[in-house]
Design a protein around this ligand. Structure first.
Ligand SMILES: *[C@@H]1O[C@H](CO)[C@@H](O)[C@H](O)[C@H]1NC(C)=O
Ligand SMILES: *[C@@H]1O[C@H](CO)[C@@H](O)[C@H](O)[C@H]1NC(C)=O
Length: 385
């Protein structure tokens, strides 16, 4: 620190002292007379302790008021800032998890949820008026038109199970480069009325946003549905078996707090960077996850979506969407239910077999062509075994 600055003014040299020099330098102490030195030290002390006390004692409301006023006057876009005082180191309650370490920013693993997204493509009335027994919700990338078409013609067919109402919807986010894609989606939506697209970036790390928006949508647009299933695009789904064997349309009291599929217990956290399911220790410090249902197919009772939304206010969003639902279940004090027999849900691929596939709900690993071929065989009339 330079204690003195020589300033040339009108031909004269002036010796200026910076404000702290009387405290820190030998010369300063000699230059400034002791009376002034005491006053200087005293006022600095009063100033520092005064601001410290003020910061500690002004109320949160007053601070918010200042921030909001500042926002209104000085921010052109009119958006409000988060009015949490910067000196408070504890996280906002919505980011606290019962199982997690204190809040800190997590880079790309920071999932922007809860957040006020909206639907660009929506079906506001269809599910409400159909009152389906089962809603099939299929997350899909916006450009993956082929998968949507294959699913509509196979297990996504809404009239597959006689006497049982099924509604099918696809869940999409947005892509950066559209190249006319949005117009095509609009046309597809007008034709099939099954696209739900919200304004978040459709990426792998953002799948939890997609899942939670699915829950929000089910709560607001499907109040009369009994069950919902989230099914990935690469699945073979035996809808008839799902509806009539696993669930039961004639059940007078449908299940509650029910979510089933391949239940994963003590799932190991992947710390190797090469893994598709890699999670840095800062993001999730424990070695295992709470019990959850593998994401490729899960079936749940329609009382659960609203409960997941409540839990998501308390559990910090996590990018593995199925694990995140497991964390929410744990918070709610609930557990996933095992299917009545093991091997109803396959989370690894097994080769197609008409007889074997008659006795299960879903198998993973089917691309559109293979799904088409196997489905044609599966739907052929006659006994399957
Ligand atoms: C859906 O299934 C019904 C009954 O099996 C069939 O008549 C109809 O053609 C199917 N629709 C599509 C789009 O495959
Ligand atoms: C997730 O979506 C949000 C909202 O569109 C976006 O700001 C963010 O960059 C996306 N994150 C990733 C990792 O794609």
């Amino acid at each position: 620190m330079d204690s003195y600055i020589i300033v040339k003014s009108k031909g004269k040299s002036l010796l200026m002292c910076n404000p702290f020099c009387p405290l820190f330098s030998e010369e300063g102490r000699n230059v400034v007379r002791s009376k002034w030195r005491q006053i200087c030290v005293l006022s600095i002390f009063l100033l520092l302790s005064g601001s410290f006390l003020a910061l500690n004692y002004i109320s949160l409301d007053f601070y918010s008021f200042i921030v909001k006023t500042w926002t209104r006057w000085f921010r052109a876009d009119g958006q409000e800032w988060d009015a949490t005082p910067p000196w408070r180191t504890s996280p906002p309650t919505t980011l606290l998890s019962t199982t997690q370490t204190p809040w800190k920013p997590l880079g790309p693993f920071e999932i922007l949820y809860p957040h006020s997204y909206h639907f660009i493509l929506d079906e506001q009335e269809r599910c409400k008026s159909q009152s389906p027994f089962l809603v099939l919700m299929v997350p899909v990338a916006p450009h993956n038109w082929a998968a949507r078409e294959a699913i509509r013609q196979t297990w996504g067919n809404e009239t597959l199970v006689p006497g049982v109402t099924i509604s099918r919807f696809f869940l999409l986010g947005q892509v950066g480069q559209t190249d006319g894609l949005q117009d095509e989606l609009k046309t597809e939506s007008n034709k099939h009325h099954d696209l739900l697209q919200a304004n978040f970036l459709d990426t792998y790390l953002n799948l939890t946003i997609k899942t939670m928006l699915m829950m929000e949508w089910l709560v607001s647009r499907c109040p009369n549905a009994i069950y919902a299933a989230k099914v990935d695009t690469d699945m073979f789904l035996n809808v008839d078996f799902l509806v009539n064997t696993l669930l039961d349309p004639h059940d007078v009291e449908p299940k509650q707090n029910y979510i089933t599929g391949s239940v994963i217990r003590k799932g190991l956290v992947q710390w190797q960077k090469s893994s598709k399911w890699y999670v840095p220790k800062e993001v999730y410090p424990q070695a295992t996850y709470p019990d959850y249902v593998s994401g490729n197919t899960y079936v749940f009772s329609m009382d659960l979506p609203a409960k997941f939304l409540v839990a998501s206010q308390h559990i910090r969003a996590f990018h593995l969407e199925d694990v995140y639902l497991g964390m929410c279940l744990e918070h709610l004090g609930l557990k996933p239910t095992d299917p009545p027999k093991p091997n109803f849900f396959y989370f690894f691929k097994i080769p197609y077999n008409r007889c074997k596939f008659a006795d299960l709900v879903s198998v993973t690993g089917f691309d559109s062509d293979e799904l088409d071929r196997c489905w044609n065989d599966f739907q052929k009339p006659g006994l399957r075994c």
